[in-house]
Design a binder for this molecule. Structure first.
Ligand code: UD1
Ligand code: CA
Length: 457
């Protein structure tokens, strides 16, 4: 059966105290709204409408290609918000999921269950509810003696007896689209907040003698709405925990989960070990048997099997099998390392290819370079790739040996098995197998130390 979803996200989220609309605040690296969109899509929804208001252009941009956006210019209540989606759903007559953009922990499976029960019961509306220890702030679900839902009453409108009810409205519903908008238009803002409450749709259906379905959520954490940055941090911690649990179950060792940060889009192979203070972000893919961290940050990186990466920052780079990186290496976008490459301490590599078995062990900058296989780049080597205006390439052939503290002034080419003398500033190409050396002759001043002592210098 056809399934669509409307996500209410017009509010500013005042308590976030932010310029950014609440639903675009990231949780584990992605905007909270994207989690809600992923959850409804995962539940089988093929049309998603987002109701935006505050900073609607930003919201539109963030959901481009994933959802249609309608604007609610004034936030007059949740029913009013849902009515704004009507033009997008004119020809739609299936089931409609309605939920909020600030509940990033909701899972596709829970929504699928809600839809399933809604459809098999054949009712006009089904509410996802939760039994909680402390119902403060939520709408209470009021049932009759036989357990039929009569209404949802907001806390501000509740009688003392109603306030005691611990079954709350999660704000997540499934409706029959047919007739829904007619019901919504009957709602009036006769309540403590003067708002058009979507929850009043429930009492309208019940008042007509129509059964309202109820699904009680199993894990109350899932519907927790984020209202401020303390709750945002709580959601981050919870989601991060889920990601790490999944990794551990698939064979990744995480030495210290509270200090390990892995994004949802990351994949890590079996028997890889993640050490503390490690951040793995974006679309990073890590192979099997790697040792990552302590203190590593990888963003959109691809790492082969058996690599060791310590205390390093790696961005948009590809690292071959059995490479060792760090401590304190910085691999910038466009870096590609072959197999068994060593990149040691205080080395920066940018947009360069380094061939199998090559080593850049210490204190070097390699930029815009193509380095062959089994090359040794001595400590302190710098590719001078920029003249203030343009960037130029450096090419180093297989088996070359770059002496310590060499400046390679690009564009320049060092042939295979060629050698540069330590401390040379190389401005001319070096043919294969040749030695390129450029430095002043050493001068000796005999007895200098004693002359200095006697004041003769
Ligand atoms: C709502 C429910 C309450 C439920 C709770 C669950 C109503 C009247 N109450 O209360 O029963 O327990 O959610 O979290 O629906 N929004 C708009 N436009 C508006 C108003 C709200 O887009 O005009 C969006 C907000 O951005 C937010 C969501 O709807 O994402 C919920 O609105 P909010 O005012 O926070 O409702 P609650 O008081 O939380
Ligand atoms: Ca809320």
């Amino acid at each position: 059966m056809d399934l669509a979803a409307v996500i209410l996200a017009a509010g500013k989220g005042t308590r976030m105290n932010s310029k950014l609309p609440k639903v675009l605040h990231p949780v584990c690296g992605s905007p909270m709204l994207s989690y809600v969109i992923d959850a409804v899509t995962g539940a089988g929804v093929n049309q998603v409408v987002v109701v935006a208001g505050y900073a609607a252009e930003l919201v539109s941009r963030a959901v481009e290609g994933k959802a249609e956006v309608v604007i609610q210019a004034e936030q007059l209540g949740t029913a009013h918000a849902l009515i704004q989606a009507e033009p997008c759903l004119k020809n739609f007559s299936g089931s409609l999921l309605v939920l909020c953009g600030d509940t990033p922990l909701i899972e596709a499976g829970t929504l699928a269950k809600l839809v399933d029960q809604h459809q098999s019961a054949g009712v006009a509306a089904t509410v996802l509810t939760a039994e909680v220890a402390d119902p403060t702030g939520y709408g209470r679900v009021i049932r009759d003696g036989e357990g039929r839902v009569l209404k949802i009453i907001e806390e501000k409108d509740a009688s003392p007896a109603e306030e005691l009810v611990r079954e709350v409205n999660t704000g997540i519903y499934c409706f029959k689209a047919d007739g829904l908008f007619d019901v919504l238009k009957q709602i009036i803002p006769a309540n403590a907040q003067g708002e058009y409450y979507l929850t009043d749709a429930i009492s309208i259906y019940a008042g007509r003698g129509q059964d309202v379905g109820v699904v009680v959520i199993q894990n109350p954490k899932e519907f927790a709405g984020i209202n401020d940055r303390v709750q945002l941090a709580g959601a981050e911690q919870y989601l991060r925990g889920l990601v790490l649990d999944d990794l551990m179950r698939t064979g990744v060792t995480v030495i210290d989960p509270p200090s390990t940060f892995v994004g949802r889009g990351v994949s890590v192979g079996r028997d890889t070990v993640l050490h503390p203070f490690t951040f793995i972000e974006g679309k990073t893919i890590i192979g099997e048997d790697c040792i990552i961290g302590p203190g590593a940050r990888l963003v959109d990186a691809i790492v082969g099997n058996g690599a060791v990466i310590q205390n390093s920052l790696i961005i948009e780079s590809i690292i071959g099998d059995k490479c060792t990186i760090g401590p304190f290496a910085y691999l910038r976008p466009g870096t590609k390392l072959g197999q068994g490459v060593k990149v040691g301490d205080f080395v920066e590599i940018k947009k360069s290819l380094i061939g199998d078995g090559s080593k850049v062990p210490h204190l070097s900058y390699v930029g815009d370079a193509t380095v062959g296989k089994k090359v040794n780049i001595g400590a302190g080597t710098i590719t001078c790739n920029y003249d203030g205006k343009s960037k130029y390439p450096t090419i180093i052939g297989d088996g070359a040996f770059i002496g310590s503290n060499t400046n390679l002034v690009a564009p320049v080419e060092v042939g295979s098995k060629a050698v540069t003398g330590a401390g040379s500033t190389i401005t001319k190409n070096i043919p294969a197998g040749a030695l390129g050396v450029e430095r002043a002759k050493q001068i000796m001043v005999n007895h200098w130390a004693s002359k200095k002592k006697n004041g003769n210098i």
